[in-house]
Write a protein that binds this ligand. Structure first.
Ligand SMILES: *Cc1c(COP(=O)(O)O)cnc(C)c1O
Length: 362
């Protein structure tokens, strides 16, 4: 076949999804597989969200509300911004894609950390823009290095805060002085997918620096703390004028009606959010203590996952853990050959992981 796609399509590797849990159970003959690999909420979806979806099912013959009217209004009320400052996405992933489509021209530079969330580079390449990778310093985002990478072609900068995959976080002071130093024509996107897990005062809240005249976007998601990863809903907070451009490239029904109903209800589920935070904090404490007892270094984290140094080929440990029915994330493809990333799970899941790792390393 003579398909001949453009070079920018050829420059992107398709996302390699993990095997479904059901398939692993069959393959390894293990009834009880646990997944601590994708930073999902092990408590399940918010119960209020589940109830709202059950009620919304009856109206599935209708198209979704293309403006996300009620969800946008509620978010605007909570965030004390105007509804016109909020853009909903089919996951915050989709907002990253919309930013690329709406703003980037061929040859524009997009600065991001390496390692960081792979979507940023994919989005840049699909717009024929140039992803510019800035290394971390001691696993933390180094704002001076990012500033030094800015050129006249820089159009966008992505910060992940707390950072994935390291869990490190920038403070309000650091972010504030960074924003002061960045040229006014460069869009700064702060991806706060894990913000709900950060300790009090430990992590900048970029929403504090919102200004309808400043090129700053905060990305938030319902995928992690609210337990709704499978529904795909996230949002961006941004100047009204920028939101207007995103709405030109946004598909009219990008957020489905169940997702809108669930997200709306999840915002009221403070009990679930508190329970989630408590479980994550206790899980991370348990994991850190148990692993350090085994002589394994854990890096400080403000997210719901932990980066650990197994001091040997992480892919191999990953495979052996899989044989024990425990799925984690190897960091080899992120450039950390000896590191694993572990999502905090339920107490029994964390215990199983620690036991499996002990067995694998002995
Ligand atoms: C999980 C995650 C997201 C969330 O993406 P959704 O599309 O909203 O599910 C965004 N950014 C980072 C860095 C993440 O790890």
């Amino acid at each position: 076949m003579d398909i001949n796609p453009p070079d920018f399509v050829m420059s992107v590797q398709p996302y390699a999804p993990g095997k479904p849990i059901e398939e692993l159970k069959r393959e390894y003959g293990i009834a009880d597989v646990i997944k601590l690999a994708s930073n999902e909420n092990p408590l399940g979806p918010s119960p209020l969200a589940v109830q709202a979806m059950q009620e919304a099912v009856a109206a599935l013959h209708r198209y979704p509300d293309g403006s996300g009217y009620y969800l946008v209004k509620k978010l605007a009320d909570i965030l004390k911004v105007a509804p016109a400052n909020i853009v909903l996405g089919n996951g915050s992933d989709e907002i990253i894609g919309m930013l690329g489509r709406a703003l980037l021209r061929a040859g524009d530079e997009v600065i991001m950390n390496d390692p960081s969330f792979s979507m940023y580079a994919i989005m840049a390449r699909l717009s024929e823009a140039v992803p510019v990778s800035v290394p971390l310093t001691s696993l933390a985002v180094d704002l001076d290095r990012i500033k030094a990478a800015v050129t006249p072609r820089t159009r966008m900068i992505f910060l992940t805060n707390p950072h994935n995959p390291t869990g490190s976080a920038l403070t309000d002071d650091q972010l504030e002085s960074f924003l002061r130093d960045i040229p006014a024509n460069v869009l700064v996107v702060v991806d706060e997918a894990y913000a709900e897990f950060a300790g009090e005062g430990c992590c900048a809240d970029s929403r504090r620096f919102f200004d309808n005249q400043r090129l700053l976007v905060t990305l938030r998601t319902f995928s992690k703390a609210y337990g709704l990863a499978g529904l795909r809903v996230g949002y961006g907070i941004m100047p009204e004028e920028l939101a207007g451009f995103l709405n030109r490239v946004r598909q009219p029904f990008n957020v489905n009606s169940l997702a809108q109903a669930a997200a709306l209800a999840a915002l009221d589920d403070n009990e679930f959010l508190a329970l989630t935070r408590q479980m994550v904090r206790q899980g991370l404490d348990y994991l850190t203590a148990s692993l350090e007892e085994m002589g394994i270094a854990c890096f400080p984290t403000q997210a719901n996952f932990l980066l650990i140094d197994v001091k040997t080929d992480a892919d191999q440990i990953f495979e052996k853990l899989l044989e024990q029915g425990v799925i984690v994330r190897s960091m080899v493809s992120y450039g950390y050959p000896d590191y694993l990333r572990i999502t905090a799970g339920l107490p029994l899941e964390n215990e199983r992981f620690v036991e499996a790792l002990r067995k694998v390393l002995s």
